[in-house]
Design a binder for this molecule. Structure first.
Ligand code: ZN
Length: 372
């Protein structure tokens, strides 16, 4: 779709979206705003499926679907986008196929991977709005922290049993950590059970919040829908206002996403998934061209002073603010056991994404630190 195409509605689009453009508070201008919008839907389960269906039908310009999971028989009771022939298929890909048959004008991107601290940056920063359709706090904190970093609004939703919660969260007003400062280990639908229509209701509220925000339905007044937490219990609902908490370390700027990195849980798995060519030995390091290679000890200053194998010292916790990326350099991280260096690689890669540094220019030394 060329940018010119984004500036007007085709005849077919005028016809397709007539029932919503007829609404005076929406109109063709609202439709054009949807057409120009990019959204990210994280999780294609009981929430993501109905939300994606309505948002595709409504004519969002681009929708990226994130889910690494596969469709199973027990999903079909609430994930009504999927049918029996989809069992075993990746959810993001199966969803894309189905959604595209509803609306071929929408650009739909399937991302069949789990959200993690690296891909979250790339996915979130290119989106206008993020829908959290996940089922766990780790993912929500990650979405929250990266959205706060890029000042991106997102729609939080969760469902358990007969109860659901949904809120449009704008980082300038408050954040998920203001509401839930501590990681709450609540069961998910798989563990606690859920009636299929409840995520359907909550997902439709998510879709409505998304459309309301993107189409500027409340453009003439202050949107009443942001930073209000709607709590649905069966057929009853109530809402509470969300405020920036004085104790929130993220909103106060005391901490950023990197400080919470270990809380995203999947670091061990991420470290395992670092490509083999990025895990190098000291002997491999010696073969890298010295003039293009920056060696960084990510241990503490005291450890570095006690013993080191050269390079500069940037403790892991200071990496985000102190690492200066030069595009033509290789970066090699080391520490005592390889653990912190691996985290540094993950963080360094995340930091360096802004600078277009290729992944294979960043290495970590997986050997224990010892005197050569
Ligand atoms: Zn906060």
């Amino acid at each position: 779709m060329s940018s010119k195409d984004n500036l007007q509605l085709s005849q077919q689009e005028q016809q397709r979206y007539l029932r919503q453009t007829q609404l005076s508070s929406f109109g063709e201008s609202g439709q054009l705003r949807l057409k120009q919008s990019k959204i990210l839907i994280i999780g294609l389960g009981g929430l993501g499926c109905p939300a994606a269906q309505y948002l595709t039908a409504a004519g969002i310009g681009e929708i990226t679907l994130v889910d690494e999971d596969h469709v199973s028989l027990s999903n079909l009771q609430r994930q009504i986008l999927f049918s029996e022939p989809d069992i075993g298929k990746n959810k993001s890909q199966a969803a894309k196929e189905k959604l595209q048959t509803n609306n071929s004008d929408v650009k739909i991107i399937a991302f069949p991977h789990k959200l993690n601290p690296h891909n979250a940056h790339q996915l979130i920063k290119r989106s206008d709005l993020v829908l959290d359709c996940t089922d766990n706090f780790h993912s929500r904190y990650l979405i929250n922290d990266i959205c706060a970093h890029y000042n991106k609004p997102w729609v939080y939703a969760s469902v358990l049993g007969f109860e659901g919660q949904v809120a449009l969260i704008k980082p300038e007003h408050s954040c998920f950590r203001c509401l839930y400062p501590e990681l709450a280990e609540t069961p998910n639908c798989n563990q606690a059970g859920v009636l299929g229509v409840v995520p359907g209701i909550v997902a439709n509220m998510q879709a409505l919040l998304a459309i309301d925000y993107l189409a500027h339905i409340n453009a003439n007044g202050v949107s009443s829908n942001s930073n209000r937490l709607q709590i649905i219990h069966g057929l009853n609902s109530r809402s509470i206002n969300l405020f920036k908490s004085n104790d929130c370390e993220l909103c106060s700027g005391e901490k950023n996403y990197l400080d919470y990195a270990s809380g995203y849980q999947d670091y061990e798995q991420l470290i395992e998934n670092i490509p083999e060519e990025q895990k190098i030995s000291w002997a491999d390091f010696e073969k890298l061209p010295a003039e293009n290679t920056v060696l960084i000890d990510v241990r503490s200053k005291a450890e570095h002073l006690a013993f080191n194998r050269g390079g500069m010292n940037i403790p892991l916790e200071d990496l985000s603010k102190s690492l200066q990326i030069e595009t033509d350099k290789n970066y090699v991280f080391y520490c005592q056991s390889g653990q912190r260096a691996a985290i540094a690689l993950l963080d360094g890669r995340t930091i360096s994404e802004k600078e277009n540094l290729k992944n294979n220019d960043v290495y970590y030394i997986h050997e224990n630190l010892s005197i050569p």
